[in-house]
Design a protein around this ligand. Sequence first.
Ligand SMILES: [Zn+2]
Ligand SMILES: [Zn+2]
Length: 442
Amino acid sequence: MEVRFWGTRGSIPTPGSHTVRFGGNTSCVEVRTAEGHIFIFDCGTGARPLGEALMAPPVAPVSASILFSHTHWDHIQGFPFFAPAFEPRNTIAVYGPEGGRRSLHDTLARQMELSYFPVELSQLPATLSYTDLGEGAHTIGGARIVAQYLNHPAVTLGYRVEADGAAVVYACDHEPFGGALWRTDAAPGPLESILHEGDRRHAHFLADADLVIHDAQYTPEEYRWRKSWGHSTFEYVVELACTAGVKRLALTHHDPSHDDAVVAEIERRARAVAERRRSPIEVFCAFEGCRARVEPRGVTPAGGPETAPPPAATVAPGARVLIVDDDPVMRRLTTRALQNDGYVLTEATNGREALEVMRRETPDLVILDFVMPELDGLDVLRALRADPATVSLPVLMLTSQSDEGSTRAGFDAGATDYLTKPFSSPQLSARVRACLTRAPKP
Ligand SMILES: [Zn+2]
Ligand SMILES: [Zn+2]
């Protein structure tokens, strides 16, 4: 596979003399397979120069697959300026995560309404198709593409491309699931030492990849003030990639406030993390125009989510969600976060009431507070896991108990996911979606 970076900036384009080295265009990465299929990951403003390159003479008809991680501005703004879409001989298949509040097609069409742009989506002359993707393994453009939800304040997919006997992962935008990566009672490094199940799942997703392209917007110092904004620190990404046995790591989605000197310093510090881990991984900060050749290994890497399921069925509208919290403010915030997602929401004000409600009717998902009088969240969770009817019912613990002991107790008792304050409404909405999608279907 041939990889080329056309946009490496996060959030908003940053042209100017201070960003000439690493680039100012927003997220866009091109991956070509040996067969000649073109995958495009995100269409930030980097999609404009990519489109021009694809249309440079001698022009042959373009056939490409665009895979959107999500539809935040910095990942879609270049799409209306993607020249191949204006040529009738071209065929472009567009993919993005299922589960946003409207379809991928409608979201893209909205940014091209005449108030914002002079050409509507329906007027584009190329042959365009739109597919909303779920988590799981797909076959696209002759490659196996594994899609997995990331942790971001929007439903967001990471993509693992397996082709030509090699694997490339694209994971933007994403932030750590856990407050800390490692358990304090275990040596950092092995997969088993990872504290939060979400981070362990993410490490499996990266496993043995030849190249991982990953969001690393913040320094650890900045991240302290940017929790729940949906982005990683270079330290988290390098640690995780070392654990996952990744060969090469490209850090990208550079913060708009970071000039070339700051990004170069991040590269230096990121390499120091890999050295500390005594890992042979090659780490670099991606820059506009950067090319990476991924050599075939003869066999497709054995790592990765080997049990990646076929695409999950979409969540049926009207899924029933039970919110259990003794704090009325938290119940109101949770309800508000989910009220436009099409669920039927019910509330219970304590653990005992929750179990009574569930005896009458089992919901599709429970959002469970940790600390409650009488019967706390762990007691409720243990009761649910002891009952065959609710043994695999998705339970998301939502709590201010962000310490390691509580996190481990939650997962040990059988929590599906564990989300701590501070969190944002769209982040909660995306995590609920992921839990529901992964739930075993009857
Ligand atoms: Zn972004
Ligand atoms: Zn985003």
